[in-house]
Design a binder for this molecule. Structure first.
Ligand code: 13P
Length: 257
């Protein structure tokens, strides 16, 4: 049986010292929760040292980067290439987070190029999609999400299934000031995304891990996690302290699908 995915995006938070302390503690905690597959996505500057820590402890904790350029090298000041991330031994590359779309003009087409590059280099792209509040108000959430998902997966072949993850994160639910999504809404959207994946890939679309994120906390985590088409949770603020993250693990208990 596939393990339920549980991970956190640190965004632009934690110094290296804080990040290493967090990682050491989390590695100890997750040893008591083998029913989950865990991942953390720290800032680039922390990846090398945290990878060393994971390796020293022989921990199953997976490590991700928050972004990646699609070229192996070149005249792209300030960017990080797949070769550089591969050298560190990163497992996951997060792509298309709404903050990257909002503040750094990341487009669906760029997410697609990066996803293809990530797969080529053996990473698991964690492709983030999400509708804006205005899309929801106009009742075009599904259209927007289908567009984001289909463009991101252009030319991604069926044999890549299992090697890429999708995170649905409604923009209006993310971060400080975000409103947690109602569970039936999450269910409706995840069921819809599953249908889009099955239309695209046939029955094997069922095997694409679909994560949910946006104001996940100790009060709503279990409700979301029990939904048939939620295969994991992608958490920000509520997982940035190991004890709070552990409380969510305890609240989740065992998730059987
Ligand atoms: O953006 C997120 C994960 O990528 C979610 O952030 P919050 O859980 O802080 O809303």
């Amino acid at each position: 049986m596939k393990k339920f995915l549980l991970g956190t995006n640190w965004k632009m938070n934690k110094t290296l010292v804080q990040g290493l302390a967090y990682s050491e503690t989390l590695i100890t905690i997750i040893g008591q929760h083998p029913q989950f597959e865990f991942f953390i996505i720290p800032p680039y500057t922390h990846l090398w040292k945290i990878k060393e820590t994971i390796d020293v402890h022989k921990s199953p904790l997976k490590l991700g980067a928050q972004n990646m350029h699609e070229q192996d090298f070149g005249q792209f000041t300030g960017e990080i290439s797949p070769l550089m991330l591969a050298e560190i031994g990163v497992d996951i590359v997060e792509l298309g987070h709404s903050e990257r779309r909002q503040y750094f003009n990341e487009t669906d087409e760029a997410v697609n190029r990066k996803a293809l590059a990530a797969l080529k280099h053996g990473f698991t792209p964690l492709i983030c999609i999400g509708e804006q509040q205005a899309d929801k108000d106009y009742d075009v959430s599904k259209e927007m999400l289908a567009k984001q998902l289909k463009i991101a997966l252009t030319d991604v072949p069926a044999d890549a299934i299992g090697h890429f993850w999708i995170a649905y994160e409604p923009v209006w639910a993310i971060g400080v000031g975000g409103t947690p999504a109602a569970t039936p809404y999450v269910e409706e959207i995840h069921d819809f995304l599953r249908r889009v994946l099955i239309d695209r890939y046939g029955p094997s679309g069922q095997a694409v891990p679909l994560l949910f994120g946006g104001s996940v906390n100790i009060n709503n985590a279990r409700d979301y996690a029990q939904l048939a088409n939620v295969d994991g949770l992608f958490i920000g603020r509520s997982a940035w302290e190991p004890d709070l993250f552990e409380a969510i693990m305890v609240a989740l208990g065992t998730i059987t699908k």
